[in-house]
Design a protein. Structure first.
Length: 272
């Protein structure tokens, strides 16, 4: 037998299970928050460092990031530019406008090339347009990969040999380390305006040949030596031939022995 009840009573009967379910879900949410609380701090740390290393894929994206970083650069830009860059001419053209704009803003630019840049018409022409009190250019026998650092706060390095992938680094520790690497090499480099390191010293061996001798003794083949010193293989072999003639070597094996016996590898500062 059905009996009517007041609407308030019917509503209460309907709401009671819903409210009980809501209360249970609130207790569950509090429990979950307590369980996850230790992990929230870790997540915040990861979020803070999400942009410390950014992978840049494709020439357009790389150039866009470089343009932004150089436009924001206020104090100094450090660069290492390998001479064996297959895209050097295009890169020089793209960089000319960026560098000129920074110099006009009073930004100091320091650039390291390999010694072979002294015989590159493109790079010499590039330097002649920018070299002044705010732009300095030096060369060294070997350099590491390409490097660009702006205001010691952001650095760019290649991530692939074809230069289509680069890393944008903003982690202070990483950038500081790369700046120290640059300064180490800068202190051992030669101003581009100084005498060419190809000129022979008293023992008749040029600094370039000295660098080749070191790599020969380490067991590197001609192609690897040429790549590391920023020259083509034919030029590298010509230097090896001159080195062999100077030391009186008749074979590659004998050349390594004569290099070790000559004492030229004990020369200090020859490659600086």
């Amino acid at each position: 037998m059905l009996r009517p009840v007041p609407p308030a009573v019917a509503l209460a009967q309907r709401l009671h299970p819903i409210e009980r379910d809501i209360a249970e879900r609130r207790r569950l949410s509090i429990t979950l928050a307590e369980v996850f609380e230790p992990f929230m701090a870790l997540g915040a740390q990861e979020a803070a460092t999400d942009h410390s290393i950014t992978v840049l894929e494709g020439g357009d994206r790389i150039n866009a990031a470089l343009n932004l970083a150089t436009a924001q650069c206020q104090t100094e830009m450090l660069t290492i530019q390998p001479s064996d860059d297959r895209f050097s001419e295009r890169s020089l053209t793209q960089g000319l406008g960026r560098d000129r704009a920074m110099i006009e803003r009073g930004v100091r630019i320091r650039t390291l090339y390999q010694h072979t840049a002294r015989h590159s018409p493109q790079k010499l022409a590039y330097v002649s347009q920018l070299a002044n009190g705010k732009a300095e250019y030096r060369t060294i026998d070997e350099v590491v990969e390409r490097l660009i650092v702006c205001d010691e706060s952001v650095a760019f390095i290649p991530a692939r040999d074809d230069q289509q992938v680069a890393l944008e680094l903003r982690h202070p520790g990483l950038v500081r380390y790369l700046v120290k690497v640059f300064e180490f090499m800068w202190s051992r480099s030669v101003p581009l305006s100084a005498g060419a390191p190809y000129e022979p010293t008293a023992d008749g061996i040029t600094d370039i040949q000295y660098s080749i001798a070191k790599l020969l003794v380490e067991g590197h083949v001609d192609e690897a030596i040429a790549r590391r010193l920023g020259m083509n293989v034919r030029t590298c072999r010509a230097h090896i031939a001159k080195l062999a003639a100077t030391l009186g070597s008749g074979s590659r094996a004998q050349l390594g022995y004569l290099i070790a016996q000559s004492g030229i590898l004990e020369r200090e500062g020859a490659a600086q």
